[in-house]
Design a protein around this ligand. Structure first.
Ligand code: ATP
Ligand code: MG
Length: 295
C-alpha cells in the first residue's frame, strides 16, 4: 500500500485503498496487487493499478449518458504524485447495500445456482443450458454486499425491493441492464465477450442515484475472448488466465490452503501484457498516454 500521509485511510480491499478527502470526496487508489480464489498474491503485477484506473475512467466517460457517476477528476492537484495514474477522486456517496450484478452468460455462481435449482436469483431459465452458454437475454441478479470476511448472497428481485424500495430497485435494475448492454456491445466490437459484471451505486446528497466504485474493469467483470468461446466448458478469463493456469498446475506447489506462492517472472510478464492488451482493445487508447489532462 502507498502511504499518503496527508490523507486518512478509510479502508483497504484486496486490491484498492480508500482515502478520505475532506467530507465530500474520496480517493480510490488501485494497487498492483492481484488476487485469485479470494486471496492476494505476494507478487504485484506492474501497471495493473494503472490499467484498472484508466479503464474505469474510460467507461465512466463512455457511459455517462446512462446515469450520473461519482468520478470528479483523475489528475490534477488533488491527486498526489505518489498515486498518479492509479487514483480517482470521486464524490463520496451513501452506498446502496446491494451489488448489482448482470449476467449475459451462464458462469461462476450463476451457473452453480442454475445447476442446483434451474434458476438464478429467482429468475427461471430455460432447461438444458450449458456452462458458459449465452443467456437468451441479460439478467439482473443482485446480491447482498457482505461485510469483509462474510460472503455475498444472491437475492431475488423482491428481496432487493424490500432493501431499496420498489422505485429505487427498479431504477437500479434498469440502469444496470442498460450499462451491461452498452458495455457488452463495445466489448463485442473488439472481439471480447462481457460474460458478467458487477456495478455498485450510491445516492448523493440530493437523493439521486449515482454510479460508483469501479466500472467494467477486469476485476469487476469477466471478459472472454469471443474467438474460441465454447459452451459446455469453463472459459479462460482474458486477464487472469496465466495466473490461474499456473496456480492450479501441481508445479506451483500450492495446496489450496496455504497463502498464495510468489508468481514466477514469466507469469507476471504475461499477465501484465494481458491487462495492457485488455485496455488497448477495449478503449482504443494507449496506456502510455494515461492519465490525460484533468477530466
Ligand atoms: P474486495 O477486495 O473484495 O473488492 P472491498 O469491496 O471491501 O473488497 P474495495 O472494492 O477495494 O474493497 O473497496 C472499495 C469500497 O469503496 C467499497 O466498499 C465500495 O462500496 C466503496 N465505494 C466505492 N465508491 C464509493 C463512493 N463514491 N462513495 C463511498 N464509497 C464508495
Ligand atoms: Mg470491491
Amino acid at each position: 500500500m502507498t502511504p499518503l500521509p496527508t490523507r486518512r485511510r478509510l479502508a483497504s480491499g484486496k486490491v484498492r485503498d480508500l482515502y478520505e478527502v475532506g467530507d465530500d470526496h474520496l480517493l480510490i487508489v488501485a494497487s498492483d496487487r492481484i488476487s485469485a480464489f479470494e486471496r492476494v498474491f505476494p507478487t504485484p503485477v506492474p501497471d495493473k493499478g494503472r490499467v484498472l484506473t484508466a479503464m474505469s475512467a474510460f467507461w465512466f466517460g463512455e457511459l455517462a449518458d446512462v446515469l450520473p457517476n461519482h468520478l470528479v477528476v483523475c489528475d490534477g492537484p488533488l491527486v498526489p504524485d505518489a498515486v498518479r495514474g492509479r487514483a480517482l477522486l470521486v464524490e463520496r456517496l451513501d452506498m446502496l447495500p446491494v451489488e448489482a450484478i448482470v449476467r449475459g452468460y451462464l458462469t461462476g455462481r450463476g451457473y452453480a445456482d442454475y445447476r442446483g435449482y434451474g434458476e438464478v436469483c429467482g429468475l427461471a431459465l430455460p432447461p438444458g443450458l450449458a456452462e458458459s452458454a449465452r443467456l437468451p437475454e441479460p439478467i439482473f441478479t443482485p446480491s447482498t454486499k457482505a461485510r469483509p470476511g462474510d460472503k455475498d448472497e444472491n437475492i431475488d428481485f423482491d428481496t432487493c425491493v424490500s432493501v431499496l424500495g420498489r422505485a429505487l430497485a427498479e431504477e437500479v435494475r434498469e440502469a444496470s441492464l442498460e450499462l451491461y448492454r452498452r458495455g457488452a456491445a463495445r466489448a463485442a466490437e473488439q472481439g471480447l465477450l462481457l460474460a458478467d459484471t458487477k456495478f455498485e451505486f450510491g445516492t448523493d446528497s440530493r437523493g439521486r442515484l449515482v454510479l460508483a466504485d469501479e466500472l467494467l474493469t477486469p476485476d469487476s467483470a469477466r471478459y472472454w475472448l469471443a474467438d474460441g468461446h465454447e459452451p459446455g466448458l469453463p472459459q479462460p478469463s482474458f486477464d487472469k488466465q496465466h495466473v490461474r493456469d499456473w496456480l492450479v498446475d501441481p508445479a506451483s506447489g500450492w495446496d489450496c490452503v496455504s497463502p498464495l506462492p510468489p508468481l514466477p517472472p514469466e507469469v507476471v510478464t504475461a499477465t501484465r501484457d494481458r491487462y495492457i492488451e485488455a485496455y488497448h482493445r477495449i478503449t482504443g487508447l494507449s496506456l502510455a498516454d494515461w492519465p490525460r489532462d484533468p477530466a
